[in-house]
Write a protein that binds this ligand. Structure first.
Ligand code: 1CP
Length: 348
């Protein structure tokens, strides 16, 4: 069993730094694009055989150390009665803007509304047979609220910030509903076999520090408290958040995902040694030539040498236009580091 990813989550010694790539299953892979020619995105997510096939595609090409289930952060919102399409980004049938709409959200068990996610997780776990651990995931409440209130992805997500200032009580009620739904959803995935889970807070960086605690962090803490008894490591990734690092480190997660904006050794010094760190090569760095990719990836690894608990990753999701040779160079750079952490640990 390849458990170096799970060991790094727990800050235990590893033979080399584990690597996986946020959004590793998806559009930069020609085999994903080929599969999507005939099947739309939601059908892939809702058909366990197809979701598992897409989750396995990156692992057939690259010796990565974890697999993530193919789905989307918005899908479990169907359990609240929300309807959406993807083209390619999400679009809600109806943005949630009023207290009445928030009160009308009807929280049904994820096991009833999105049973295909649990099926896909257990099928993926069986298929992998210990080759790598399986990561489940969900969106953080504030990030989900940003999409629900806006109705789609939009730079700055002005609608949710307007609600925050005009009707903070309505936003809090929405966040409370989302927190309960995501706790249930993560429990479903862990019950089905997910060996770690990641909470994506892609838009919490839009909040000022004084807003981050009441409108984002508080709810992430509640989700963590609600899955803690299940004993799997939790990764909390906050994007665009150099101004929130110290606060984010108090979420209770085992691992903090660091976006590409802060050098990872600087982030490590700011958050202290008590949690593992994941990241943080800039996704755009993969547009450099492979020699430069090797240099930049090695630089991230060097910054973490000797620190217990580092999971190599990008500092946000891999971009659809990313050249495959760059991903190969990233993998090779991590493998070339094999043994160095162990050697440093033995010396100290
Ligand atoms: O056309 C297609 O194939 C659909 C494109 C696509 C894909 C491949 C979407 C729509 N979602 C996904 C898969 C997905 N989304 C995964 C599984 C793949 C993997 O990680 O290997 C995951 C983990 C997500 C998570 C996700 N969706 C996030 C959090 C991570 C991040 O990038 O910050 C967010 C913000 C979304 C929303 C979303 N869904 C899809 C798109 C294009 C977007 C971004 C849209 C926007 O904000 O405008």
């Amino acid at each position: 069993m390849n458990d170096r990813f799970l060991r790094a989550c727990r800050r235990q010694p590893v033979d080399r730094t584990p690597l996986w790539i946020m959004r590793q299953a998806g559009r930069y892979l020609p085999e994903y694009r080929a599969l999507r020619k005939d099947v739309d995105f939601l059908t892939v997510c809702k058909t366990p055989e197809l979701a598992v096939e897409v989750s396995l595609q990156p692992l057939r090409r690259f010796p990565l150390d974890a697999s993530i289930i193919f789905s989307d952060i918005l899908l479990p919102l169907e359990a609240l009665g929300c309807r959406m399409t993807f083209n390619p980004g999400p679009k809600l049938a109806e943005p949630i803007r009023t207290r009445a709409q928030v009160d009308a959200l009807d929280a049904r068990p994820a096991a009833e509304v999105v049973p295909y996610v649990a099926e896909a997780v257990s099928m993926l776990r069986r298929e992998l047979d210990g080759k790598t651990p399986v990561i489940g995931f969900c969106g953080a409440p504030f990030t989900l609220a940003a999409y629900l209130v806006q109705g789609e992805g939009k730079e700055g997500f002005g609608a949710v910030k307007t609600m925050l200032y005009r009707e903070p009580g309505t936003l809090e009620r929405l966040l409370e509903t989302l927190t309960a739904a995501m706790t249930d959803y993560l429990r479903l995935q862990i019950g089905a076999g997910a060996q770690a889970v990641q909470i994506f807070d892609s838009w919490a960086g839009l909040l000022a520090p004084a807003q981050y605690e009441p409108f984002a962090l508080r709810w992430v803490r509640a989700i963590l408290a609600g899955v803690r008894d299940l004993g799997v490591p939790v990764i909390y990734f906050v994007n665009g958040a150099p101004h929130l690092l110290e606060a984010a480190a108090t979420s209770g997660a085992d691992v903090l995902g660091i976006c590409w904006r802060t050098p990872i050794d600087v982030a490590a010094a700011r958050v202290g040694p008590s949690l593992a760190l994941q990241g943080n090569l800039d996704p755009h760095a993969l547009f450099a030539d492979p020699t430069e990719v090797t240099r930049l990836a090695t630089d991230v690894l060097d910054r973490m040498t000797g620190r217990a608990g580092h999971i190599m990753n990008l500092g946000h999701g891999i971009l659809p236009e990313t050249p495959i040779p760059s991903v190969e160079a990233l993998v090779a750079a991590v493998h070339a580091h094999t043994g160095r952490d162990a050697a440093v640990a033995a010396q100290s």
